[in-house]
Write a protein that binds this ligand. Structure first.
Ligand code: TXA
Ligand code: MG
Length: 338
């Protein structure tokens, strides 16, 4: 099929694609999504086909405001409304008990559903115009880094979706934070743009799912089904080097092979002359690392580097999300520069 390119002003055309059961590339503040009518099983099925996504990996629903929660969810705890008041619209997905109206195709048969109210103005305009809950995973082919520009998404999805709306580069750059509110204490399933520290300030205690910080064992069943798949895996193996930035950079300099590439903080680019280098921002700017990390990983898929060495911010604030994505890309292959 021919994938129609829409601009940010073509909101009606975009909403029409959703209403007729089509697939729409949709900008959000986190990453681009692959959207479809979340109440249309056929349309939802086409999302899985276009991505090559395993059927047991549920999708999240995008809504324009918290007052829609009751249409799709039941037993909603007060904390959901407190979080919505504080962080919606924004990069936070809440796992809640679902109502029967939500198709099994969306939830992969689970009794819960992920709900998100995005902040991107173009996305919000499309949600309002379509007047539908939009099921949307990240717009990448399964196993590739999430797209943070329309061009990145077209690299994976050109010819497989009906249309894409170009809303510019994503402001956050990593996917939404996922918090499971069906458990006590609430559980962080995926770190993202809303930080763990911010959630703790509102909720008190928050459990951090083990899949956030380590590789899941073969027999373990993660709470977010998506976490058992090795997401964001570039072609070349990745080694994450932790430690003080200058030490980590020197460690990479000592160990780098002739055909290796580097993801590093801007300050250290000159150390790696002659190697393919993807800078992800100054050492002290984890929000910039978040915006650039997926593009850096994607870049190396187009090269034939043997190995990728990556510097990584401390796992605090949004740095936890960046660190989680890099660790996952590395299959949790992490070394520490002493
Ligand atoms: O920022 C985002 O959240 C982006 C944009 C497009 O909104 N979307 C996104 O969707 O990242 P996706 O499908 O790529 O990641 C959603 C994750 C998956 O790991 C999935 O397994 C998990 O959420 N998930 C979905 N529903 C769930 C549920 N009911 N219980 C636990 N985990 C769930
Ligand atoms: Mg994804």
């Amino acid at each position: 099929m021919q994938t129609l390119r829409l601009n940010a002003g073509q909101v009606e055309e975009a909403a029409a694609v959703l209403r007729r059961g089509g697939l729409l590339g949709i900008p959000t503040e986190t990453v681009y999504g692959l959207g479809a009518n979340g109440l249309d099983e056929g349309a939802v099925g086409r999302i899985f086909a276009a991505k090559g996504r395993p059927q047991d990996n549920p999708l999240i629903l995008h809504i324009p405001s918290a007052d829609r929660l009751e249409r799709y969810c039941r037993d909603i705890p007060a904390a959901a409304y407190v979080l919505a008041g504080r962080f919606w619209p924004g990069p936070l997905t809440m796992i809640l008990r679902r109502k029967p109206l939500v198709p099994d195709a969306v939830t992969a048969g689970l009794d819960t559903v992920g709900m998100r109210c995005p902040a991107h103005p173009v996305c919000r305009a499309i949600l309002a115009a379509a007047d539908l809950p939009v099921a949307a995973p990240s717009g990448n082919t399964s196993g590739r880094p999430s797209p943070t520009t329309a061009a990145d998404m077209l690299e994976d999805m050109d010819g497989k979706i009906d249309a894409i709306v170009d809303g510019g580069p994503c402001a956050v750059g990593v996917e939404s934070t996922i918090i499971d509110l069906t458990e006590r204490p609430p559980r962080l399933l995926r770190p993202g743009g809303v930080t763990l520290e911010e959630l703790e300030a509102v909720l008190g205690e928050v459990a951090v799912d083990p899949a956030v910080t380590r590789l899941m064992g073969a027999g373990e069943k993660p709470r977010a089904p998506g976490m058992k798949y090795r997401h964001y895996a570039p072609k070349a193996p990745v080694t994450v080097v932790k430690g003080a930035p200058a030490q980590a950079a020197r460690y990479i300099r000592r160990h780098i092979g002739d055909a290796d590439g580097v993801i590093c903080f801007n300050e250290f680019v000159p150390l790696f002359e002659g190697h393919p280098v993807e800078p992800i921002g100054p050492a002290g700017d984890p929000a910039e690392h978040a915006r650039r990390v997926f593009d850096a990983l994607r870049y190396f898929d187009g090269t034939d580097v043997q190995r990728i060495w990556a510097q990584c911010p401390d796992p605090v604030g949004i740095g936890l999300a960046v660190s989680n994505r890099l660790n996952k890309a590395a299959g949790f292959h992490i070394v520490r520069a002493e």
